[in-house]
Design a protein around this ligand. Structure first.
Ligand code: ADP
Ligand code: MG
Length: 605
């Protein structure tokens, strides 16, 4: 008798194929395809058929040879993620600008009062100046005017140029000054205001203007004013050149969009928490209120908008009314969201604080029974919804060599992190938590300002390297690798991903170190947090130290650093954790599908 176990996940539909023989159960093969449609909906049928077919082909049997298909109960969880910026900085009247042209001129820091180059002949010698050079003044004239002013004792300490002329101008000056060019909206630069121009040496970054206290020093700011320019300094970090112009007091304003409150409706109590307090407080509140029945956001605030969007998405995906969508878990993480600085003159970005939310709803079992019925008709094979999912995952994970109960497993998928525990007495408990692989990808995408999800997904999965010459690269861990053949020219001096042996350049101007940090922190924020949360919830006492062994399964356990991060974090609680190897052959994959076959075998010896 041949049995297939099929696990429909948010991302993948996995099959385990087994043969029940007089001598016992023998596994034949596995199948895996991308889930078609949203988990727990009729669209899944395609994927199920394809996954089972794949396993049958591998085993060298026909679909008709399969006697029974057991589907995961998929008390399914659907995760969705959203991101909301909490504060927004608006710099009025383009008072403070940062800029990163390819070729600034000169070097160093210059400060003075802004003046149009056309008015420089009338300027008094009593102060220093920063010249504003619009596009209709050519570089030879500009240099001549500045040299002429210097001869009269009028010191020009820096310049802001509209065209890409900085180097041409500086080369013609008797005394070189720092010059920032390619300032698109030069007409927005006000005259008669104190300004500072900073240009770093080639390969360097500005240091004075990217430091709030540096700006405070050059402009003599008080602590209150210094607070306002923090986003400006942040926006300038990593730039080769920058300009900051100070306009009269009151021009720099920070508008705070009401972040709003989340209302966490628990079985016993309803608690409210301010989004602004950050992820740690939010998560503490979620734990206090758990088990969670629903989560709501205050209308007219960021929190409200965010949760409503999640509810809308989930309702359209599941064909249920938004009011019927009950959010049963929430993962909040602190993050940064690059925002265009309103009022900037060269399209500057500032990193704004944001909170990312992953939410989860349980979909209904009715849908699963419907899927089973349709599959039975279509495939002419008996299909039914098998055992409790938590049991299945544990049974599958227990086939990992060297593993025995009592133990806990953490199934790290795309939309949710599921944990189950089996104690000495055989007691099984499980939880489904919001936030998994998709949340990590979203955080990477947002924090790095990537347009494409696929690139963020690749950054999550593959290690980085820097192509330092056409014949050698430096890996992200610092080791150097040499090549006999020249590397592709388009990878030269680029940060690349090492994807299945190929070097894929990353399409953003961000340092390797920064990408690495964002990537690692995103994984920690989601998986370390959820591992600890999950284990806390499945233990009877809420003390995770009662657990000795944890097996990590699911697609995200394939990650090249997630298992280590989780193992490290859990070892601090005296827990041994490691990546599973289902049936000794499948790695962390196929646990639920394998469990379904094992369970069927037990019940039908
Ligand atoms: P589900 O059970 O929800 O269908 P899976 O167990 O298939 O999910 O896991 C899917 C998740 O695993 C996705 O977020 C995907 O990005 C991630 N993933 C798959 N392969 C890798 C890999 N090699 N490295 C890191 N993450 C991976
Ligand atoms: Mg899964």
């Amino acid at each position: 008798m041949i049995v297939a176990g099929v696990d429909i996940g948010n991302a993948s539909t996995e099959t385990a194929l087994g043969s029940i023989e007089p001598g016992g159960l023998k596994f034949l093969s596995s199948g895996i395809v991308s889930t078609t449609g949203i988990k727990g909906t009729r669209q899944n049928i395609h994927g199920v058929v394809a996954s089972v077919k794949q396993a049958a082909d591998k085993a060298g049997i026909r679909l008709e040879d399969i006697d029974f298909i057991s589907l995961n109960e998929a008390a399914p969880v659907i995760g969705d993620v959203a991101m909301e910026t909490i504060t927004e900085t608006i710099i009025t009247e383009s008072t403070l600008i940062g800029h990163n042209p390819h070729t600034p001129g000169g070097e160093g820091i210059g400060s003075g009062v802004t003046v149009s180059i056309k008015d420089l002949s009338r300027a008094g010698a009593d102060r220093d100046y920063i010249a504003i050079i619009p596009g209709d003044v050519n570089y030879e004239d500009a240099a001549a005017i500045i040299n002429g002013a210097a001869a009269r004792g009028v010191a020009v300490k820096g310049a802001i140029v509209q065209k890409d002329d900085a180097v041409l101008i500086v080369n013609r000056l008797n005394t070189p000054i720092p010059v920032v060019d390619e300032v698109k909206f030069i007409e927005k630069v006000p005259a008669g205001m104190p300004a500072v121009v900073e240009v770093a040496r080639a390969g360097g970054v500005v240091e004075m203007l990217s430091n709030p206290y540096g700006i405070a020093t050059v402009f003599n700011l008080n602590p209150e004013e210094t607070k306002f320019i923090v986003p400006v300094a942040r926006a300038l970090i990593g730039n080769r050149s920058a300009v900051v112009i100070k306009t009269p007091a009151g021009d720099v304003t920070e508008r705070i969009i009401p972040a709003g409150k989340l209302q966490i409706i628990g079985e016993k109590q309803t608690l409210s928490v301010d989004i602004e307090t950050g992820s740690e407080t939010i998560m503490k509140t979620v734990l206090e209120a758990s088990p969670v029945m629903d989560v709501k956001g205050e209308a007219g605030t960021n929190a409200g908008g965010m949760l409503e969007r999640v509810r809308q998405t989930l309702s359209s995906l599941t064909n249920r009314l938004p009011a019927d969508i009950k959010i049963q878990d929430l993962l909040a993480v602190d993050t940064f969201n690059p925002q265009k600085v309103s009022g900037g003159v060269a399209e500057e970005f500032s990193m704004e604080n944001a909170v990312g939310l992953a939410a989860m709803v349980k979909s209904d079992r009715l849908q699963m029974d419907l899927i089973a019925k349709e599959l039975t008709e279509q495939m002419k094979i008996n299909v039914s919804v098998g055992g409790v999912e938590a049991d299945m995952a544990i049974q599958g994970a227990l086939t990992t060599p060297g593993v025995t109960s009592p133990l806990a497993i953490i199934d790290m998928g795309a939309g949710s992190t599921d944990a189950s525990i089996i104690t000495r007495t055989g007691y099984v408990k499980s939880v489904h938590l919001a936030g998994a692989g998709n949340m990590v990808t979203l955080l990477i995408q947002t924090e790095l300002g990537l347009e494409s999800w696929d690139i963020a997904e690749d950054i999550k999965r593959y290690p980085l390297a820097r192509v330092e010459s056409l014949f050698h690269i430096r890996h992200e861990d610092g080791t150097v690798q040499f090549f006999k053949e020249a590397l592709p020219a388009d990878t030269f001096a680029r940060t690349v991903l090492i994807k299945e042996g190929a070097f894929v350049p990353i399409p953003i101007q961000v340092s390797l170190e920064k990408i690495k940090t964002v990537r690692k922190e995103a994984k920690e924020k989601v998986f370390v947090t959820n591992a600890i949360r999950a284990l806390t919830m499945v233990t009877q006492t809420g003390n995770i130290r009662e657990i000795d062994f944890v097996v990590l399964v699911g697609g995200s356990a394939l990650d090249f650093e997630v298992p280590q991060l989780v193992t490290d974090a859990l070892s601090r609680h005296g827990i041994v954790a490691g990546r599973g190897n289902v049936r000794g052959t499948e790695g962390p994959r196929n646990a639920v599908a394998t469990g379904l076959v094992l369970d069927y075998g037990k019940r039908h010896p």
